[in-house]
Ligand binder design. Sequence first.
Ligand code: FUB
Ligand code: ZN
Length: 625
Amino acid sequence: MARRGPASPTDQARSTFRPLPPGDVRITGGIWQRRAERNRVAAIPSGLKQLGEASNLFNLQLAAGQATGEPIGPIFADSDVYKWLEAAAWEYGRHPDEQLLESLMSVVELVAAAQDDDGYLNSVVPFRDGGRYVDLPQHHEFYCYGHLMQAAVALSRSAGRRELLDVAIKIGDHLVATFGEDKRHDVDGHPVIEMALVELYRETDNRDYLELARYFVEARGTGLIAGYGRRPAYFSDRVRVREQTTVEGHAVRAVYLGAGATDVAVELDDQELLAALETQFASMATEKEYLTGGLGSRWEGEAFGDPFELPPDRAYAETCAAIGGVQWAWRLLLATGKADYADQIERMLYNGCLAGVSLAGTEYFYVNPLQLRDGSLADEERNTSTGRHGWFGCACCPPNVMRTFASLEGYVASTDPTGVQVHQYVPGTINAGDLGLTVETDYPWHGRIAITIDRAPDAEIAVSVRIPSWAQGATVDGRPASAGGYVSVTKVWKAGDQLLVELPLVGRITSPDPRVDAVRGCVAIERGPLVYALEKQDQPSEVAPDDLVIDADAEVREEDRPDLLDGVVVLHTSGAVVDRSTLPGGPADHPRPKSRTTATELVAIPYHVWANRGPQAMRVWIPLA
Ligand code: FUB
Ligand code: ZN
C-alpha cells in the first residue's frame, strides 16, 4: 500500500519539496492536536448522524433502489457524504478504529450500490432534473465525483481498502470515455475534479486521468460555461487558466481550480502554467485576501470582489474558501519551495479556517466576517449573529473542516534531497527517512521552538526551519535569522543535538493598505500568526466594540489566560469609548464634529475563538482615536 497523504506528487513530478507520508508526522499537543482530537471524537461521529438526518444517505438509498421517494437537499448533496468519507478515511489512518472503519465501509457499500453500471453516479440530478449532464454548470456532477475520488484515494492510502477506489475508477473511466477534446467538449461549473483526477492518477498510475484533468484545466476560460444566468467570471471561465493573472468569481471554485491546475502543472512539468498560478495566487494574497486569510468578500455569488474590496462587516470569507486556499498554497509550496506559501497556510489555518468551527468541534460558521455589529439582524442562517451551527441546508463547510482536521499532519513538514523542512510549528515528532525529530513548543502562544534530533544518518543533512515574514528579530540557535524564508542548518547530526528557534511573539499593530477603503483609519492587532479581535463581553462594562477606538501609539500588553477559551493569550491595549449621546443626528455618512470619548482599556482575544461564548459584537479592525 502506498504510504501517501493528500496531494503527494508522483516521483516523476517536478516538485521542490515532497510531503511526508501519514504517520511520519505526529502532532502530540497544542491547538492542532486538541482540535483534531475533537474532530475524531465528536465531529466525525456527529457528521455521520447529520448526513442521516439531512437525508444525504437517504438520497443514495433512493439511487441504489433501496428506498422510494424524492431526493432531498441541494443538487450536490452527495458531495457532503464524500467529504465526510474522506475525513473518516484520513482519521482511520491516524487512529485505526475498527468501529469507524465499519461505519465508513457501510457508507461506501451504499455509494457503490448507487452507482450505475456505466459508472455514472449521482443521487439527486437524474431524479430531479430528468437526465445526466443536462446542466453541467449548475448540477455539480463532476464536483461530486471529485469529492468521491478524493475520499477513495484517502481510503486506499490510509486503510488499503479498494472498494471506493473501484467506484472512483469506474467514474474516471466513464468520464474519460465521455468527455474530452474529441468527445463531449464540456466542463463542470464547479472545479475539484481537476485535483481529484490527478490524485486518482497518482493512486492508479492510469495516465488517462491526468490527461483528462489537463483537458478540464485547459478547457476552462474558453467561454464554455457562458449563458447560464451568471457571467463566465463567476465560474473562472472568462480567461484561460494559463493566461489568468488574478482570481475572480466564486471563491471556492477559483481556489479549487488553482489547486487542481497546480497539480496538473507539477505532474506535467508545465512551468508556464505554474508561473501563471503563482501570479494568480500573489494577486489574491496582496489584493483580495482578508487579514484572516479569509477569501471572497462578496455575499453575492460567494465571490472575490475587486482588488482591495474587503469590507470587514460584510465579508463572506466562506470557511470552504480558506480551506481551498490552504490546499492551493500547500501545492504551490511543494512545487516551488517558497516560504511565503507556508506563511499563507499558517495565516489561513489559524484564522480563516479555525474560526469556522467551534471549540467543541461540532458547530460551524459558513461565513467568517471580521466584524459583527451590536444588535446585528439575524437575517439568515449563514449570518454569524445566529451563531455557529451543527449543519446547514447547504452543508459544504462542516465536512470540509472535518477532512482538513483529519489531515493536518500533512502540512507540518516536507523533504527534499538535502533534508527536512519544518513549515509549521506544533509539538510532536517528524520522521523523514533516517532522520527523526521531536519538536517541543507552546507555539503560537510562546515563541520558543526546541527541535531535538532523535535519530540521524551518518552523513550531512539539512534541517530547515521557516521564519515567518512577521518574525522580525527571530533567532536560530541564538543567531539572528531574517524574517520570511527558511534557515537551513546542514551538518552531521547526532541523537540529542538540538536546534532552537525563537520567534518574537509580541502583540503588533497592523495598518491596512490605504486602498482598502472599508477599513481606512483603522488598525488591527496581531500576535505571531494570530489575528486578534475585540469581543463585547471582554471589554470594560461590556461596551460594544462598535463604540471603541484605539490609541494610535497604543502599547500592547499580554496576559496568559489558561482558563479562557481553551487557553489563550489575551492582549490589552488602550483606547476610548465614543459617547454616542454626543454624536449629532443626521445621515451617518456625513462628516461629524468630534464626539466626546472616555479613555478605556481594550481587551483582545484571538479571532479564531470568537463567538464561543455566544454570538456577540466583535471587530478586528479598530478605528484610530
Ligand atoms: O456549490 C457547492 C458549494 O456550495 C460551494 O463550494 C460553496 O461555496 C457553496 O456554494
Ligand atoms: Zn462551504
